[in-house]
Design a protein around this ligand. Sequence first.
Ligand code: GDP
Ligand code: MG
Length: 441
Amino acid sequence: LSERLSGVFDRLTKQGALSEDDVKTALREVRVALLEADVSLPVARDFIKRVQDQATGQAVTKSVTPGQQVVKIVHDALIDVLRGEGEPGALKVDAPPAPILMVGLQGGGKTTTTAKLAKRLKDRDGKKILMASLDVNRPAAMEQLAILGMQIGVDTLPIVKGEDPVAIAKRAKTQASLGGYDVYMLDTAGRLSIDEELMAQVEAIRDVANPRETLLVVDGLTGQDAVHTAENFDERIGITGVVLTRMDGDGRGGAALSMRAVTGKPIKFVGLGEKMDALETFEPERIAGRILGMGDIVSLVEKAQETLEAEQAERMMKRMAKGQFNMNDLKMQLEQMLKMGGMEGMMGMMPGMGKMAKQIEESGFDDKVLKRQIAMIQSMTKKERANPQILQASRKKRIAAGSGMDVSDLNKLLKMHRQMADMMKKLGKGKGGMMKKAMQA
Ligand code: GDP
Ligand code: MG
């Protein structure tokens, strides 16, 4: 019986693998979509190449076409690239007064974003903020920040005519210390394009303020140019994050991918309008969907995967209720753990399994170990998986070596399986079996 069942598992999980041709064909469309979304050409090319290597050979989910599967893989890869390290939208504003330096080209949205961020820090985190405009090129720019400050109830540094940007930065720093501010924000001048004078000025301001955060504010609609801007600012000034503005427009936001690929720095916020509360934490999932513009296909594949997983889980529950638990079942558990990032979450939900999950986890589990354990089970024959007792010493050696593990590691895995199988038996047997109860509930 278990032989037959394991056959079913194999058929369900292996609907054939993606061939190089499948992947290439699908990626041609993806490439067009990326370019239409204004992702920069070299970035799109690199990304496609990476996905191509990654996707070839991957399994196709039941009831999904290879092309659809590739789109889903692309979607997930996009999210991966877009997601930076650390918590989205987090800013380092400890050690008051913490300086935040806002940089970017003219018209990108620096002044607006400075005020939006100040409002957010004030409202959400209760910070006391001082804003200073360093834009001496355009007198109206300083007024603009002062007016926004009044609107949102945030202080701005008094304007002194004829002062240069570095002097203003120094004054802001002093004022922030004396005035007991938590954060002071420096809104710099921009140019229509990158030039040496601008860069030298921003550099001098940076050296005076020694900012905790240096945020590059980029118009999300600029597409190809955004890459050049980001490269320059990051190399010369060293940014800590990006804010993409005008994401309320029609653009598909490909600049987000370009920014991430070129700077490696996190996109922290997106601007969604001119109003002071039109600033949101960057969400990779949302932007990925928008860049790709293939949301229907992605959700179709996700549904198919969910259905398949639900079917597998139900089948396993039924087997467990009968007290059955073979190496295939263990493999599925390990795969789930890999996906869910930990054993406790997965097994903690099952009656009586929480404690064991904890023990297993404490005995030093990580992704690498999990992957190797799965590999060991994969290199067993069907018979061995159904009935691991038949494994001879020589076979054990081969299986362990093939996965880069020792025989002792394999023995540990087998022991874990035995313990779990015993547990299943206890849980499943008898009318009052816990699993049966759990399933009836
Ligand atoms: P700066 O030159 O970099 O300081 O740019 P500004 O902050 O002065 O912004 C230039 C223009 O873009 C202003 O009219 C803003 O109202 C507008 N703007 C800024 N951010 C956004 C945004 O997220 N969405 C929209 N629709 N407009 C924005
Ligand atoms: Mg400005």
